[in-house]
Design a protein around this ligand. Structure first.
Ligand code: AMP
Length: 624
């Protein structure tokens, strides 16, 4: 399978922001793709070399890439660097400077920068797939598997002379690549692919290419229980929907975690469950999904990071106390005060994240895992079994005690019982409660937020405030005391239907001096020249960021806003939803992926539930 066909598809994807068009472009390509290349194609389309849960270590620095571009094109490093400063994208620079044989395009190497930008290398954006025959001659002959192989070698190059080794590997790809191919090879090598087609669009495209509309939920489920787009793509292409339905939960492939909805009071929550539900303490720690096999254990975070090195004691303990050969269980890992035995707030357990000195951290920060679900045991996928059965299986599957315990749970049958349980949770220093359906359909919905689980936190009790996990998409330079720093941030919620981040507030409150200092370090790795393709904003910040960092924010109220784009035109034409008086709580949600932040639907639901008047059109959240 020629890499040029894939690169041209990426180029076409970049020409639109409309999800339906992207889906069709991808589906047309996937239909023609060679089945043995589909796994690689699925990873490369996300700018990755492996499934999401595999640690990505490719991320070459821009400087290293510029060196390789300079050496392969013959242009001096300072020229290449100036072009990069102007365009901000190593891919664009490589595209302008490279041709198929690695010789300079556009005449002499003294060519001015202006002329290079004025006369871009021919783009194939307008080319349709029917034209592909004509473009055959534009292919470098590079195969998808060769590009994947080269990039994986770059990733694997390690040790003393690794920089040189990485540059040489990249050069050998670039020397053969066409300009468009060079653009994407460089972007993948930096880890910033940005063609804008996310997981949901890719799943839509697989459905359009190989199945029917009705099959779409089953395709998504296969992805949610394996977190491996390559596996799903190859399976559907080779074995159709029968093979997709046979995909099962297995140890080693993290399952996308089930998420909870929220409601603002215990009575509403009990009513939602028609008077009967289970309530568990909501612990304030790090969620862990443990994959236990006969002789090893892997611990994954909800962002699919491998946390085993941070909790080696928990991994060992789980193995020694598990009565199954294989199991996948979930729980919340909480730091414990070694002197009092009380649970400590979330921040403490994050010290276990420090890679260095983990032995000291294990000694100084003891933890306990409060287990709350079991999704697999000895060959059985338990996700479709109801909650109470899964919980029983979890309890019976372990020799509990010491570092592992069950979450405190009670089945409640009235508001009063619910309020009492919540008060107990707060006394025990928990964040609140998780209410869970006990109905026969109370399955484990991998990767889904729904009303089978509902959270209720003590924060919600404070008048007029509710907490949101929002993603930073931009920043405004500060003035006065904040001159020379970022003064405020542009924050967005996620629209899972559109796969877009839509703005809800300008956040300038709740930052202490240390955080103001730290902001550039936290955010500048995600700087973008222009509005990222996955962001929809009308308020224009001084700088843009690729949506990555999630922060917890409280606000007084949700109002209609003419400037924010969340749920634009849904509640009123020309208005979106915005947050009034937003304030950073001081809690970075580094455990959440941007797609796991508060959704615009959740904000819409909260807006509808707001009892006080919110008819007035007011710009929200722009005070510093
Ligand atoms: P939030 O992070 O506020 O969206 O709340 C959901 C998170 O609460 C989950 O991802 C878990 O990490 C955590 N959690 C704490 N206790 C429980 C519990 N008993 N059941 C499920 N999740 C829990």
């Amino acid at each position: 399978m020629l890499f040029s066909d894939l690169a041209r598809t990426f180029d076409r994807l970049e020409s639109t922001t409309k999800r339906l068009e992207m889906t069709t472009i991808l589906a047309d390509f996937l239909r023609t793709a060679d089945h043995d290349s589909l796994r690689d194609i699925a990873y490369l389309a996300q700018g990755k070399l492996h499934p999401d849960f595999h640690p990505q270590v490719l991320g070459m620095s821009d400087r290293l890439i510029l060196k390789a571009v300079s050496k392969s094109s013959g242009y001096q490093e300072n020229v290449v660097e100036r072009m990069w400063i102007e365009s901000g994208d190593t891919g664009t620079v490589a595209e302008k400077l490279m041709d198929g044989e690695g010789v300079v395009k556009g005449g002499s190497k003294q060519t001015s920068l202006d002329s290079l930008f004025e006369k871009p290398a021919p783009r194939k954006r307008q080319m349709s797939f029917e034209d592909m025959g004509i473009m055959e001659s534009e292919s470098s002959g590079l195969d998808v598997s060769e590009v994947m192989g080269g990039l994986r070698r770059i990733e694997a190059t390690d040790g003393k002379r690794s920089q040189e080794g990485k540059i040489n590997e990249l050069m050998s790809l670039l020397k053969r690549a066409t300009p468009v191919e060079a653009r994407y090879i460089c972007r993948i090598a930096t880890g910033r692919m940005r063609v804008g087609a996310g997981d949901m669009t890719f799943l839509d495209a697989l459905g359009e290419a190989f199945a029917t509309k009705e099959d779409r939920p089953d395709i998504e489920r296969a992805f949610n229980i394996t977190c491996d787009m390559g596996l799903v793509a190859e399976t559907i292409a080779k074995g159709g929907m029968d093979a997709i339905r046979a995909v099962s939960v297995s140890v080693g492939n993290p399952v996308k975690v089930m998420l909870a909805e929220r409601l603002p009071s215990i009575p509403e929550l009990v009513e939602k469950f028609e008077g009967r539900c289970a309530m568990e303490f909501k612990y304030d720690g790090i969620r862990i999904q443990a994959h236990i096999s006969r002789d090893s254990v892997k611990l994954y975070s909800r962002r699919l990071e491998d946390l085993t090195p941070n909790f080696p004691d928990v991994a060992r303990f789980l193995r020694s106390r598990c009565r199954h050969d294989e199991a996948i269980v979930e729980g919340e890992c909480v730091a414990i005060d070694p002197e009092t035995g009380f649970m400590l707030p979330f921040q403490h357990v994050t010290h276990r994240r420090k890679k260095h000195g983990i032995d000291d951290a294990v000694r100084d920060i003891p933890v306990r895992m409060f287990m709350f679900d079991m999704v697999y045991a000895d060959g059985e996928d338990m996700t479709m079994r109801p909650y109470l059965e899964r919980r029983r299986a979890l309890e019976e599957g372990f020799d509990l005690g010491g570092m592992i315990q069950m979450t405190t749970m009670r089945v409640v049958e009235s508001e009063e019982e619910g309020e009492e349980f919540f008060a107990n949770a707060v006394t025990a220093r928990c964040e609140g409660i998780m209410a869970k359906s006990v109905a026969s359909n109370s399955v484990y919905k991998a990767g889904n937020r729904g009303f089978l689980w509902i959270k209720y936190k003590k924060d919600y009790q404070q008048a007029l405030t509710d907490s949101f996990d929002l993603v930073v998409v931009g920043a405004f330079y500060g003035m006065g005391k904040r001159a020379g720093k970022y003064g405020a941030l542009l924050m967005a919620a996620y629209d899972s239907e559109k796969g877009m981040f839509e703005t809800v507030c300008k956040l300038g409150t709740g930052f202490d001096d240390a955080f103001l200092e730290y902001m550039p370090t936290l955010l500048n790795g995600n700087l973008c020249r222009e509005m990222p393709r996955s962001v929809d904003a009308e308020m224009i910040p001084d700088v843009w960021f690729e949506p990555t960092v999630v922060m917890e924010v409280v606000a007084a109220e949700i109002t209609l806003s003419p400037i924010h784009t969340a749920s634009k035109d849904v509640y009123k034409n020309g208005a979106g939803l915005g947050l009034r008086f937003p304030r950073y709580t001081g809690r970075l949600r580094s455990d959440k992926d941007p797609e796991q932040c508060t959704t615009v639907t959740e904000i819409g639901d909260m807006y509808e539930r707001q009892t006080h008047d919110s008819d007035g059109l007011s710009e929200t959240g722009d005070e510093e």
